[in-house]
Design a protein around this ligand. Structure first.
Ligand code: NAD
Ligand code: UDP
Length: 311
């Protein structure tokens, strides 16, 4: 009988899920990778499919699932604004029903569950950096609400399953993360700028580019995710890189790394686009002894190399 721990990764063939799958497989753990392939792709897990400790399940988390597992890494949900706004009702359904189904499974089989939540729970924040005790400023009826409110209710469900049923939950508020395995048509800013630059196209800045984000390289993020799962911390915790850039600074950085002669064009800023975003990672440092190690320029160089080979 196999006594090793079994990990269920929902959204396991997506950007973050594929990196997490690889890390756990390399540690010799068993991985059940679940995905409906809305934004995930088999290409991301090609190498893993050959491994005996990896198994792929095509399934939609809005439907219940019965499997014997020890840890549930609940990542299934489109993350790029372009993709989560494509079918916003399905996005809300995925966050609510998907988290409800996975918490039900965790309760039945006694598994730990880590929720991939997001900095979007802070909405368009009035405080900078964002600290976990800040309750956010979120529009309930805008085009981003399906994602923001979906993740907020997912956090609520986790907290209530913990209070009422004793489910052992982790709530990870992930800030903008980038790296290999992002889709070229993902629509998020780093992949957009890199793909545009490699194709000799203009870089598209939405608005005047003064809005800020703080970008975490995927390896740092996955380390934080593993530390959180292994910890005993059951409240929301920010994981992200605290170095803040304007989108204009980011465009120039990527342009200079690929082709300084490229042009920038300015397009309309989408509704409710947050003006500033930077995590306070004080809690992650204290509780998990975690902080990111990879500077933006170094992470961009690795990501650009990957896109050059995979476009
Ligand atoms: P992604 O779109 O690459 O991956 C999401 C995965 O979930 C895909 O494989 C997709 O096919 C799958 N999926 C979507 N709906 C599903 C459903 N109903 N049933 C089964 N599978 C489904 O996005 P990502 O960047 O890897 O994000 C993973 C998780 O992390 C998401 O929950 C996202 O909200 C969260 N997150 C990511 C970031 C980031 O910067 N990457 C930031 C904050 C939060
Ligand atoms: N953005 C941009 N050009 C693009 C894609 C995005 O200027 O081609 C901007 C977007 O308006 C936002 C920021 O970059 O202000 C980050 O966008 P992304 O979609 O990556 O993530 P999110 O808004 O969810 O943080």
């Amino acid at each position: 009988m196999n006594k090793s721990k079994i990990n269920l990764i929902t959204g396991g063939s997506g950007f973050l899920g594929s990196h997490l799958s690889k890390k756990l497989i390399e540690n010799g753990e068993e991985v059940l990778c679940l995905d409906n392939f809305f934004t995930g792709t088999k290409k991301n897990i090609n190498e893993l499919i050959k491994r005996p400790n990896f198994e792929l399940i095509r399934h939609d988390v809005t439907e219940p699932l019965n499997v014997e597992v020890d840890k549930i890494w609940h990542l299934a949900c489109p993350a790029s604004p372009v993709h989560y706004q494509h079918n916003p009702i399905k996005t809300t359904k995925t966050s609510f029903m998907g988290t409800y189904n996975m918490l039900g499974l965790a309760k039945r089989v006694g598994a730990k569950l880590l929720l991939a939540s997001t900095s979007e729970v802070y909405g368009d924040p009035e405080v900078n950096p964002q600290i976990e005790s800040y309750n956010g400023s979120v529009n309930t009826t805008g085009i981003r609400s399906c994602y923001d409110e979906g993740k907020r209710i997912a956090e609520t469900l986790c907290s209530d399953y913990q209070r009422i049923h004793g489910v052992d939950v982790r709530i990870m508020r992930i800030f903008n993360t980038y790296g290999p395995n992002m889709r070229s048509d993902d629509g998020r800013v780093i992949s957009n700028f890199i793909v545009q630059a490699l194709k000799n196209k203009n870089l598209t800045i939405y608005g005047d580019g003064s809005q800020t984000r703080s970008f975490c390289y995927v390896d740092d993020l996955i380390n934080g995710m593993n530390l959180l799962m292994e910890s005993n911390f059951r409240k929301p915790i920010n994981i992200g890189n605290p170095t803040e850039y304007t989108i204009k600074q980011l465009a120039f950085l990527i342009k200079d790394l690929i082709n300084p002669d490229l042009k920038i064009v300015y397009e309309d800023l989408p509704q409710d686009d947050p003006k500033q975003r930077r995590p306070s990672i004080k809690l992650a440092k204290e509780i998990l002894n975690w902080e990111p190690e990879i500077a933006l320029k170094d992470g961009l160089i690795k990501t650009i190399e990957w896109f050059k080979k995979n476009l």
